[in-house]
Design a protein around this ligand. Structure first.
Ligand SMILES: [Zn+2]
Ligand SMILES: [Zn+2]
Length: 89
């Protein structure tokens, strides 16, 4: 294994271009007792595989929340369907 050496980079002083962590950790694992958070949906999807395939897929046509992207909990699925599809009222 060859890892790149730590190259010292010039650090822009006093400039904070990063936004606060609003965008990060926006995707939370819904598996009971896990609750891990990920910045990117792809990372969450990959992580979710370790829990197995979720048992609560969204059945709305055109929605991608099924298969590995389904929900682990029925209430999360219902919440999703209410918010994304306006269903359940
Ligand atoms: Zn998890
Ligand atoms: Zn859906």
């Amino acid at each position: 294994m060859f890892t790149a050496p730590a190259v010292p980079r010039p650090i822009a002083r006093g400039v904070t271009s990063r936004r606060s962590n609003v965008d990060t950790n926006a995707h939370t694992c819904g598996y009971a007792g896990c609750g891990k958070m990920f910045a990117r949906p792809g990372d969450l999807a990959r992580h979710s595989k370790q829990h197995g395939i979720p048992q609560h897929p969204c059945d709305i046509p055109g929605c991608n929340r099924h298969g590995a992207r389904a929900f682990y909990r029925a209430d999360k699925l219902l919440d999703h369907q209410r918010k994304k599809h306006g269903r359940g009222n």
